[in-house]
Write a protein that binds this ligand. Structure first.
Ligand code: PLP
Length: 455
């Protein structure tokens, strides 16, 4: 075999062109043979089909058709977030333009741990992070692999500002990554307040902040703007006021709801976001980016000094003194992909209006689905949607039936619905993130559920 061509350099584009044609053909053919939003047959069937298609993954001699074979197999066996019946998670269909930009990021392969690996990419990252931080009313932002890493960094910055006795207070509605980050960082066990209404109750928070035993240890309160299970927004202004009164630090996890910032119609629901010390944003949710596209925005850029780190081969003091940007403190990672390129391309291609229109569309789809459920004689709606998540269940069904219908639809590969427990009952969760979904798709989704419901 001759030496395989490279993706960059003078021959990169010519080498990539036919390979891209192969990828696009295989994506198309794979999706056609899948037919629905998910491969049919469940885990054993999918694993067997994949193993059969792939064969020996490390053969003695290479296989020139591996690209076609593997892309086809992956597309055939994928959960396709662009299918209107793929609605389980905050798993968005990426925009074509963002995905194309991501190819350029892979081809150029800048690494954002030192300026000499990413001269323009690091400058672009500065532009984009400042712009997105300003959109949220904060000063600066770090790029992360998603909401989980952003929440971890938020607690790390809080611990560095207030010391290791720092206690996390959050609602039971908070993302699981927050208590997990407290564990990872060696913080005291978090205080998790029950959230029977789905959002953090300011009265319960007030009690928690005023009835702490002994000399008050420092506290970071984590509120959520867009809960994972129901897309609810905690009462941010009231929580922010309590934090200010009681000297608590405030983190807001807006991994989901942060996308509302693009919409003139929906942005006011995030009032109070700009008062947080740190805010998690995540554009691979309500931002139509291929993963990963997370951010942690900070109010006080001085907080980021805690992440400063020295490694002579990356940020030698004399290089920094001579004007080479010191990038190592912008992440806990070392080698780091320029995820910012696809974000930048999306922001500039669509503008705030274009992105806001996508946000408005998916919120409108959620309202329409809720109306269909309300009008349906055999379905129950949990509550009118706040963002683009709709919880519903067949009237009078048991939790076991709800779970069974969901698994049946998954196994048949006909619909991908999520599950969420609210009010002590299990609900189907439809997280609508596809702006191309049509009203008829939503009607068909309810028919699928009805058709799988035992009579
Ligand atoms: C509110 C919230 N925060 C954080 C996360 C974690 O984000 P990621 O999966 O990108 O790490 C999620 C994921 O769904 C989420 O819903």
């Amino acid at each position: 075999m001759s030496t395989p061509p490279l993706a960059s350099g003078p021959h990169g584009p010519d080498a990539l062109r036919p390979l891209l044609a192969t990828v696009l053909d295989a994506l198309d053919a794979g999706a056609r043979s899948r037919r629905g939003p998910l491969p049919a047959g469940g885990p054993d069937a999918v694993t067997a089909r994949l193993a059969h298609a792939v064969g020996d993954i490390l053969p003695t001699d290479g296989d020139p058709h591996a690209l076609r074979t593997l892309v086809h197999a992956l597309a055939e066996g994928s959960a396709d977030p662009a299918h209107p019946h793929c609605t389980a998670h905050l798993h968005c269909p990426p925009l074509a333009v963002a995905t194309a930009a991501d190819l350029a990021a892979s081809a150029l392969n800048p690494s954002l741990d030192s300026w000499d690996q990413a001269p323009a990419a690091s400058a672009l990252e500065t532009l984009v992070t400042r712009t997105l931080a300003a959109l949220a009313g904060l000063a600066d932002a770090l790029v992360t692999t998603g909401g989980t890493e952003a929440n971890q960094l938020a607690l790390l910055l809080a611990r560095e500002a207030h010391g290791p006795a720092l206690r996390l207070i959050c609602g039971a509605n908070a993302h699981h990554s927050l208590p997990r980050a407290a564990w990872l960082l060696g913080l005291p066990p978090p205080l998790i307040l029950p959230t029977p209404t789905g959002t953090l109750d300011p009265a319960a928070l007030h009690r928690a902040l005023t009835t702490r035993p002994g000399p008050h240890p420092p506290v970071v309160v984590a509120a959520t703007a867009g809960t994972t299970d129901a897309g609810l927004i905690d009462p941010l202004p009231a929580i922010s006021a309590l934090c200010r009164t009681h000297g608590a630090r405030l983190h807001i996890d807006a991994a989901y709801g942060g996308g509302l910032l693009f919409s003139d119609r929906h942005r006011p629901r995030l009032a109070g976001l700009d008062t947080a010390h740190t805010v998690t944003l995540d554009l691979h949710k309500l931002g139509w980016q291929p993963a990963a596209a997370g951010l942690l925005a900070v109010h006080d850029p001085h907080d980021l000094a805690a992440l400063h780190h020295h490694a002579d081969y990356l940020n030698a003091a004399d290089d920094t003194d001579a004007g080479l940007p010191d990038l190592l403190g912008r992440s806990l990672r070392t080698t780091r992909r320029p995820d910012v390129l696809k974000i930048a391309v999306t922001l500039k291609t669509l503008g705030r209006t274009g992105l806001g229109a996508l946000v408005d569309q998916v919120c409108e789809h959620a309202r329409h689905l809720a109306d269909l459920i309300t009008a349906h004689p055999r379905l129950e709606l949990h509550a009118p949607p706040t963002i683009s998540t709709v919880l519903f269940r067949p009237t009078d069904a048991t939790d076991a039936t709800v779970a069974e219908i969901r698994r049946r639809l998954l196994t048949d590969g006909r619909a991908v619905l999520g599950r969420a427990r609210q009010d002590g009952r299990l609900w189907f969760k439809a997280t609508l993130l596809n702006p191309h979904t049509r009203p008829a798709d939503l009607t068909a989704l309810l028919h699928l559920v009805e058709g799988s419901t035992p009579t």
